[in-house]
Every structure is written in C-alpha cells, then in structure tokens.
Write a new protein. Structure first.
Length: 127
C-alpha cells in the first residue's frame, strides 16, 4: 500500500525568503567547495612529503639535491598572513604546493590536468 504524500506546506514566497533560501544553499556550496579544495591541497602536500622523506641523501643525484635545496628555499620564503583569510594567501599556498608536487612527481604521474582555482589576469600583450 502506498503512503499518501503530504502536501508541502506553502511557505511565504516573498523575495526575502527566496533570497534567504538561496543564501543558505550558497553557504552549503561554499563549505563543500572549500572542504574539497583543502582536501586536494592536503593530498598533494602529503604526496610530496612522502616522496621527499622516502629518498635517502646518499642515493640522490646532484640535480636532485639541487631541486631539494630549491624546494626548501621556496617553502622558507613564503610570506603569508593566514589570520587575514585572503584569497591572495590561498593562491600562494596553492602555487607552492603545485610547484612542489610537480618537482616531486614528474610529468606523467598525474592522471588529469590540473585547473587553476583562481584565474590569473592575462598580460597586457595577450588581452
């Protein structure tokens, strides 16, 4: 026997309640997107950390040692103000992790190409 569906209560469909509902949906989307974004960055960083810590210093070539020094300098020179919560800082972190990951995981390891989360503006000669 099928259950009878109750008719949905009619809410007041004023522009204010419609906007409130859309804002709640936007909040859910923001949280889901930021969780997925942070999870992707965490995964790439963990993979880079695993790749670096699995290497023995005496087994590294001169070029690999140079890459490790370069990575160390890149990480040390980061200038962030995380307490401000700026997109600029997220871009810097994303770029740094992407650069580290590309060095520790050479071409051909990633299955899908990565897209930039925030578009950079084009140089004046390309616009």
């Amino acid at each position: 026997m099928k259950k009878k569906k109750r008719p949905k209560k009619q809410r007041e469909s004023s522009p204010v309640t419609m906007l409130a509902g859309e804002l709640a949906t936007l909040r859910r989307d923001l949280r889901a997107t930021s969780r997925a974004y942070a999870a992707r960055l965490e995964t790439d960083l963990a993979e880079s950390m695993a790749a670096v810590s699995s290497k023995r210093t005496d087994a590294l070539s001169r070029e690999q040692l140079h890459d490790i020094r370069e990575m160390t300098i890149m990480v040390r020179k980061r200038k962030l103000k995380p307490e401000k919560g700026r997109r600029k800082d997220l871009r810097k972190i994303d770029s740094l992790i992407r650069d580290l990951h590309s060095i520790t995981h050479p071409v051909g390891v990633r299955i899908a190409p990565r897209k930039r989360p925030f578009p950079r503006s084009l140089p004046a000669h390309q616009q």
